[in-house]
Design a protein around this ligand. Structure first.
Ligand SMILES: [Zn+2]
Length: 178
């Protein structure tokens, strides 16, 4: 085995470990590394201290459009877009970094994260495939995750127009996206 391939493998393991620590599902590791399923499974058990959860990954884009998840998804995507412009990270590294920064921001405000790293990863793929997009709010100018072809002139975000049951303040978390 050449020197380079050992380094490459070490890098892949590092990526997998970072994802497991953030709570990623096994399917994310399979998609983002060349490591075998058996090795990933062993790695997962070693790092997480338990077997990975079974079952399908969430698939629908609709979940990201519901009120609170949308605010959190939009915060994550704003960080992700910023990193992509400001740095030259590989896509998976940008996701790991953006998700870590998202967690920092959420925890600094004493909030619970509403979006898992697996969902965040899924969201970036949806964005890549143009199944969702970012649209600026016509009131606050913040950029939010929306269905494609949302009409920006009419779009009002979930912070400017929270559902009646939500009220102001703690529920919206005082998050600002601009
Ligand atoms: Zn707004």
């Amino acid at each position: 085995m050449s020197h380079k391939s050992i380094l490459f493998e070490a890098r892949q393991i590092e990526t997998a470990v970072a994802l497991i620590r953030l709570g990623a599902r096994l399917q994310v590791l399979e998609a983002e590394t060349d490591l075998s399923y058996e090795r990933l499974l062993r790695l997962y058990k070693e790092v997480a201290g338990c077997s990975p959860p079974k079952g399908q990954l969430p698939f629908s884009t609709d979940w990201f459009m519901t009120w609170q998840p949308n605010i959190h998804a939009s915060l994550f995507m704003n960080i992700h877009e910023y990193l992509n412009k400001a740095t030259e990270l590989e896509e998976i590294d940008a996701i790991i970094k953006a998700y870590s920064l998202y967690l920092e921001q959420i925890q600094a405000q004493d909030l619970n994260p509403q979006i898992s790293v697996t969902r965040a990863w899924r969201l970036v793929k949806f964005m890549d495939n143009k199944m969702v997009t970012m649209t600026p709010c016509s009131k606050c100018g913040g950029r939010f995750v929306t269905h494609p072809h949302e009409i920006a002139r009419h779009f009002v975000c979930g912070l400017c127009n929270p559902p009646a049951r939500a009220g102001k303040g703690k529920a919206s978390g005082g998050l600002k996206l601009h």
